[in-house]
Every structure is written in C-alpha cells, then in structure tokens.
Design a protein around this ligand. Structure first.
Ligand SMILES: *[C@@H]1O[C@H](CO)[C@@H](O)[C@H](O)[C@H]1NC(C)=O
Ligand SMILES: *[C@@H]1O[C@H](CO)[C@@H](O)[C@H](O)[C@H]1NC(C)=O
Ligand SMILES: *[C@@H]1O[C@H](CO)[C@@H](O)[C@H](O)[C@H]1NC(C)=O
Ligand SMILES: *[C@@H]1O[C@H](CO)[C@@H](O)[C@H](O)[C@H]1NC(C)=O
Ligand SMILES: *[C@@H]1O[C@H](CO)[C@@H](O)[C@H](O)[C@H]1NC(C)=O
Ligand SMILES: *[C@@H]1O[C@H](CO)[C@@H](O)[C@H](O)[C@H]1NC(C)=O
Length: 767
C-alpha cells in the first residue's frame, strides 16, 4: 500500500527542480491564534491571555471546543476554529540538519530560497563535540523561526532521529549520530536544547518544538522485502533497556524534548503507537514527557491495513489514543475518532488529554499569544537565514566531522605549492545534492569537492562512472588523467540511489565498478592517491586499506552544502582532521551472514550469530568504532583514578547473605557514588588540532555485559606541544552500571578495566 508519505517521497526530484527554477512566493505572515488586532473580542478569552499559566489556558480552550473541533486537533493538518480565532495549523515540519522541505509545514520561496544545510547527522556524530551539536540546533532554530515569521515554516519540527545505527545496511543510519547509546543520548539532548531553548532562559516556553523519533527499536526500512510498515522487531528486555531506549530517555529527561514520535514497526508483537506500556507507561509515566506523542506518518493506517493488528479503523483509533497517542500524522483520526467514540470504544476524556498536550505545546511556542512580531523572535526574517556566519559554520561542522582512516607517511596533507596538477576523479567528485543526505532542504549554495580543491591547485576532472551506481566504469579516461597528475583525489561512495529512507543496502562494498576504477587509477598514479568516501553507512574498503598505492582514505559522510570546501581544507592541511567513526565498519561477509531483521545486540554462538556494534561484536572489522587519525599525535597520561571503590549495601540486599556477582543499583545505594579520572593530554606533533578522548570500560563479564562500553568523551584543542587536563566524573550507578537480562539496573562487582587510548587502568568495585 502507498501511505501519504510515499507519494511525497516520489515527488521529491520534481519538487526539487520546481523549487530551483520557479519559486512561488507564499504568504508573508506567520500563522497564529488570538489575533486581537483583527478581533478585539478575543481579548476576553482566558486561553488568549499570555500572562496566565499554560494549564489554565489549555483547560479554558478545551472547555470551549465541541468534540468535532477537538478531533480536528488530533491530526497534523489541524483544523482551525474560526469562531475562536484559531487558524489551521500544519504540525509537520522537519529540521534534521537544517530547515528541510520534507513535510508540508515548510516551503522555500523567492523570499527564502534556501537555508543553511549542515552535514548529515552521522558526520556531526563523528565530531564527538557536544557543544557543536547544540550550536547547530541553535542556528537551525533561528533560521526556522525566521521562516515561520514570513509564513514559510511551522513551529513544530520532527527532528532529531535518535535510533541506534545497529546495522550498516540501514538506509536511514545516516540520519542518526551512530551506534553508541551514550553518543546518541548526548547528541539527542544537545540538539534538542539547541532547537528549543530560548535566549531569555524561559524554560516554560519554546523557541521551536523538537521531536525525538522513531520510538522505538525501529532501525530497518526495506531490506529484502521486510518493510518497516509491518516489521515486528523482536527485542529482548535487556537490549531494549541498554541500547534502544537510552537516547529517547535522554531526549525527554536531559533535553526536555517537547515531543516523541512512535515508529511504524511493532516491538514484540505490538505496534509501538498502540502500546500503552511504551507510551503512557514509559514516556509519559516514567520519563514525564512535557509535550505530545505523535505517530509516524500514516502509521495508524499501517496498523490496520498492513499489520492487520486491529479489526476495524475505529478500534485502531481507540487503541492508539487510549495507549497515549496525542497526534496522528495523517488523517486517520480525523476520519475515525468520532466513530470510535460513537461505538463506545473511545471516550472524550482521552481525547481531551490528547488535545490538551497538543495545545499546551502550541501555547509554549507562543501560538496563542497573538501577533508574534513584537516578541523575542519576532524580528527574525529572511536576512537571518543563510547568513555568512551560518554558512561558515556549516563548513566548520563538516571539517570537524571528517575522519582520516589511512595516511601513509608523506601522503596527506598535500602541499598546494608542490602539487602542480591534481586529478580529481569519481562520481561524487562534483557532487551537489548528494552532499546533503536525507531530510534535506534547499541549501544556501553548494561548494562541490571539485570546486573546493580547485581553489588551491590546478585540477583535471574525470567522473570515472556515469553515476554513483557505476554500472560500467570509464577506466581508461580516468587512468589517463591520473597517470599525468602529481596527485589523485578519488571521490567515491554512495548517494540516494544506494542508501536512503525506504532503501536499505544488501551490499556494503563500493557500488558497481567503483572498486575496479579506484584500483586501476591507483595502479597508474605516480604520487599520493587519496580515496574520499562520501556515504552515510560504512563501506567494506578492505581492498583500499591493503593497497599500498592508495596512500590515504578519508570518510566525509554526507558533508552538507559546504562539504567540498571542508574536504579541501582537510586535504591541504588547513584543518587537521579530528573526526572519529561513530559506527563500526564491517566486512561484506557480515552483511552476507547476518539477517538485518535480527534485532539481537548480543552474540549467540549457538547459532553462529556475531552480535552488533563495538559493544558486542568480536569479529573482524574494516575499521572499528572510534577510529580516526590526525596529522598530529596525542599522548595520554593518567594522573588520577581510584584503584577500588566500595559500594554500600542496602539493608536486606541479597548480597549480605550470599556471594554476589553484582548488586542492585537502587537509589539508596547510589547516592553520591562517583569518582574522577584525571588525564593529561599532550599534542606531540607539529600541527595544532583537536583530539577526542574516549573513556571506555570493560566490565566484569556477568549478565551478558558489553565487552566494552563508552563512559564518556571529551574533545580538546591543543597547539603543537600543548598540554591539557581532562577530567571525567564517573557516576557509578549511571555510567558504570549495566542492565541485567530482566532490565534491572546492576553494578557488577570485581574488575572494571578502564581504557583511554592505549592506557589501561584496573578498577575494583567491591562491597
Ligand atoms: C469583553 O468582556 C467585556 C467585560 O466582560 C464586555 O463588556 C465586552 O462586551 C466583551 N467584548 C466582546 C467583544 O465580547
Ligand atoms: C476514558 O477512557 C480511559 C482510557 O480507556 C479510561 O481510563 C477512563 O476511565 C475513561 N473515562 C471515562 C470518564 O469513561
Ligand atoms: C561541477 O558542478 C557545478 C555545480 O553543479 C557545475 O557548475 C560545474 O560545471 C561542474 N563542473 C564540471 C567540470 O563538470
Ligand atoms: C597494475 O598495472 C600492472 C602493469 O603496470 C598490471 O599488470 C596490473 O594488472 C595492474 N593492476 C590493476 C589492479 O589494474
Ligand atoms: C533470517 O530470517 C529469515 C526470515 O526471517 C529466516 O527464515 C532465517 O532462518 C534467518 N536466518 C538466520 C541465519 O537467522
Ligand atoms: C567544538 O565545536 C565548537 C563550535 O561549536 C568549536 O568552537 C570548538 O572549537 C570545538 N571543539 C573542539 C575541541 O574542536
């Protein structure tokens, strides 16, 4: 079946062409309620009074609405109530790495033809720079608010995507910050703060509303006919609690996100948007979401039509709203909620709860405060979008993410004076739109890799393949320019024909004949050969790692509108690379052997299942999680770390009477249980640069614990020979704990091996 979203996706290429060639001017006024200048009577309504608290205003508003009017606010294309001065509102806007044209709530026009397009999130994840995550969110929300003011965008943005990138084939892995729950948690909370936080520090109000998605254990789009719409993710309680849920929990608790989106798939036989334990129980109950729960687009229809989980549309409507769903992306509830009420399956109290959550969010956004032009963000407009500073920041973000994976001595950085001619080869060498990745908007402008490189040296260009899938490589033409050049840069990898939403990969090698082209070109080259891989997911490029003629490898993700400039900055040493892989790069044999639909994180030797991610997978990798070289070298020295810590035991704990492998991490035990690790870091190279310090631990192997787990990361900038101190504060119950097979939080007793780079330190946890 073709849900609404599909038709939108099919229109993309067309939309894109239209928006570049013909830019209609849309409304130039923001959409808002309580416009007292037009209708002085609205002043009398409590819900229009910004000086009152949100709760009273919402109660007043809901009390004035008929059931039919309320139902109009259960769907993304919300129906205005003109008698109360409430206009239509479109909830669906997106801002994953810049204001996006995905979703009907946002449009570009001649007034705002483009917005700053930051790197696709996977490359931002590779920066391991928490302040950058937040700073990007802040720029994006400023541009979003500026577009709202001229009627081109909404106030509710369904970003970020914090699903765990657990399988290299996932077409949407590019949208996420990677495979590690800690990184995803920190990314999610920081990006949400960047989007939502107001400059006046008013915590009750929102600059724009973010949304963490897709809750939960989603991570598969379309692989060998298994589709997200009816995929039943079989997930153990342990994997759910220590892998899939942490980023969502952090979004809600640490980021105060205003919304969570439930996913298309089922988890253990129940559709997530109809599971009261996951919605009312966890998000609303345990985590105390202050905001609304929205369904993925048309997912209610999928529950009924694709999953056949419910017998009637009315039953579906009742199931989801009763489970805790507040807003339906799509029109399912506007069509079926009334009938569900009429049949006694759904009551008005539940609908009141749902619309109250939706209205409360709109009140926090100022939507019911009347004309926004005199308010904090009222002055923003087209002049605040694509500013030179924002565009420069997109370049800086790409610089910070690019990962250097191989560098033979004497290869990179290239000297722009020594290189008289540079051959630039490959189907992504002159990439534009490909640099943006999924959930893009129109960029301010593009700098392609070729344009970026040509600023410093004379270039000759050969695409080498007709397109990225590279059915037949144009080897001879490429060899000819390579043989004549002082150095070669090959820009290869994937694009949206290979990996995107609704398209998972089967092969994780370079597409088509790209590998053949790379090897042939390298073979005839006389100088350095730099392989640049532009992709969302990892690639099996073992051949390039092993080929001595390929002297350097860079991974550049989908680097955003300024990607070509950032690639050139790294290649010519204007920026010292500091990115680290946020996901494991597996060999093709992994993809051949492992079912993508198998959600288990932990290995199972009895069925030869190798497990997933650096936390559990022990097999061969092409490049491991955290890999990334610099033009400098950095040394670590341990200054301070305890050799043991003692855990107080709660009265009556089972460990008092028997020998224990772990103890319960309960509140009483956990109070003030923390220690510091101090490290000295020195740049012993000749170039200034940034360096990421990872603190990992390998816990005692009880309860199927991960073999290795990231406890913290910090990034610091050091001049040549510069030194700095890093302090990690490790909270034993929060950071060092694990989740047992039943989802209980435990601290393992015995030896925890802490590691930073090559340093290892043994910490004994005892009672
Ligand atoms: C608003 O309320 C005031 C006092 O209650 C009343 O006099 C006035 O007529 C009302 N205005 C409108 C337009 O309803
Ligand atoms: C309405 O439905 C909810 C969810 O099924 C239930 O908890 C509540 O008691 C019902 N309220 C009334 C007034 O029937
Ligand atoms: C590279 O792409 C840019 C932007 O699309 C285009 O203007 C330029 O002609 C291309 N360069 C070559 C050599 O094809
Ligand atoms: C490399 O070049 C040599 C001859 O110069 C040739 O024999 C060999 O097949 C080439 N290898 C590749 C991978 O093209
Ligand atoms: C992979 O999944 C398919 C379909 O779900 C199943 O039939 C097959 O046994 C699985 N293979 C392995 C190796 O688990
Ligand atoms: C992290 O990103 C910020 C930009 O937001 C930048 O100023 C800072 O230098 C970066 N940190 C490091 C260590 O590179």
């Amino acid at each position: 079946m073709a849900p609404a979203k599909h038709s939108i996706f099919l229109c993309f290429p067309l939309l894109f062409i239209i928006s570049l060639s013909f830019r209609p001017v849309f409304a130039q006024k923001p959409v808002f309620a309580c416009d007292v200048s037009n209708n002085p009577g609205l002043k009398n309504f409590t819900f229009c009074d910004p000086s009152l608290d949100v709760k009273s205003r919402v109660a007043d508003l809901v009390g004035r609405l008929t059931l039919q009017e309320k139902i109009g606010w259960l769907v993304d294309a919300a129906q205005g109530v003109s008698r109360l001065g409430i206009p239509n509102y479109e909830w669906w806007s997106e801002a994953l790495h810049g204001v996006s044209f995905v979703g009907p709530g946002t449009k570009f026009s001649s007034l705002v033809p483009g917005a700053t397009s930051f790197p696709q999130v996977i490359l931002t994840g590779a920066t391991f720079n928490e302040s950058l995550f937040e700073a990007i969110g802040k720029v994006v929300s400023t541009e979003a608010r500026a577009m709202y003011n001229v009627g081109l965008a909404g106030l509710t943005f369904w970003s970020p995507n914090v699903n765990i990138f657990r399988d290299p084939r996932w077409g949407r892995g590019q949208e996420t910050p990677g495979e590690d729950p800690l990184l995803s948690s920190k990314y999610g909370a920081a990006y949400v703060r960047g989007l939502q936080q107001r400059d006046d520090g008013d915590k009750d109000r929102l600059k724009v509303a973010a949304c963490c998605k897709h809750y939960t254990a989603y991570d598969l789009d379309d692989w060998k006919g298994i589709r997200r719409y009816n995929f039943n993710a079989l997930v153990t309680q342990q994997d759910l609690d220590d892998t899939f849920q942490p980023p969502f929990k952090s979004c809600v608790i640490d980021g105060n996100v205003a919304s969570v989106m439930c996913s298309y798939n089922q988890v253990n036989g129940k559709p997530t948007c109809g599971d009261p334990d996951l919605l009312s129980g966890v998000i609303r109950g345990q985590w105390k979401l202050n905001g609304y729960i929205v369904s993925d687009c048309d997912s209610l229809n999928e529950i009924f039509n694709a999953q056949h989980y419910t017998k009637t549309p009315e039953e579906t409507a009742a199931l989801t709203v009763n489970a805790g769903l507040d807003l339906n992306c799509g029109s399912f509830l506007s069509k079926n909620a009334q009938a569900a009420v009429d049949r006694g399956l759904l009551n008005e109290t539940a609908i009141d709860r749902a619309v109250s959550n939706n209205f409360a969010t709109m009140m926090r956004l100022g939507f019911f405060d009347g004309d926004p032009s005199k308010t904090l963000y009222g002055n923003l407009g087209p002049k605040d979008v694509c500013t030179p500073a924002n565009q420069e920041f997109a370049r800086e973000a790409a610089q910070q993410g690019i990962v250097l994976l191989k560098n033979t001595k004497g290869s990179l950085p290239l000297s722009p004076t020594a290189i008289k001619s540079l051959a630039v080869i490959g189907p992504n060498a002159n990439a534009t739109h490909t640099m943006l990745g999924n959930y893009e908007g129109n960029p301010c402008k593009y700098t392609t890799p070729l344009q970026g490189l040509a600023v410093s040296v004379a270039t000759v260009y050969q695409p080498g393949c007709a397109d990225v899938p590279c059915g037949t490589a144009q080897v001879d033409a490429a060899k000819k320019v390579a043989a004549a050049a002082d150095a070669v840069v090959l820009v290869m990898g994937s694009d949206d024909k290979i990996e995107k939403e609704s398209l998972d990969r089967v092969d994780i090698t370079l597409p088509g004949q790209q590998q053949l082209l790379v090897s042939a070109v390298a073979n005839v080259s006389k100088g350095p050969v730099i392989l640049v891989i532009m992709s969302g997911g990892g690639m099996d490029v073992q051949f390039a790692k092993d080929d001595p003629k390929i002297t350097s490898i860079l991974w550049v993700g989908f680097p955003g509108e300024a990607g070509g400039a950032a690639i050139a900055d790294v290649i010519f040493g204007l920026y010292n690379p500091s990115g680290r892989l946020p996901m494991t790069w597996y060999p093709q044999s992994y993809a051949d052997k492992v079912n993508m639909s198998d959600m288990h994180m932990r290995p199972d030797p009895s069925r030869d299942y190798p497990g997933r991610t650096y936390r559990f997978y022990k097999g061969p990798t092409v490049f491991p999680f955290g890999e990334g070289l610099s033009y400098s070298e950095f040394n670590h020295q341990l200054v301070k770390a305890p050799k043991f810590v003692s855990m107080p035991l709660e009265e009556g704990h089972v460990c008092q009477s028997s020998k224990c492998l772990s103890i319960d991490a309960v509140d009483e035990t956990c109070k003030n249980l923390a220690f510091d690790v101090h490290l000295k870091v020195k740049n012993v190279g000749k170039m200034k640069g940034s360096h990421t310090i990872f603190l990992f631990s390998s816990p005692p192997q009880v309860h199927n614990a991960p073999q290795k787990q990231l406890l913290g990361f910090q990034k610091m900038h050091l001049e040549p020979q510069g030194e700095g101190m890093v302090r990690f504060n490790v909270d034993i119950c929060k950071d060092l704990s694990l989740v047992d097979e039943n989802g209980n939080k435990k601290v393992a007793l015995g030896k925890h091996l802490l590691h930073v780079g090559n340093l290892k330190h043994s910490l004994n946890v005892r009672i």
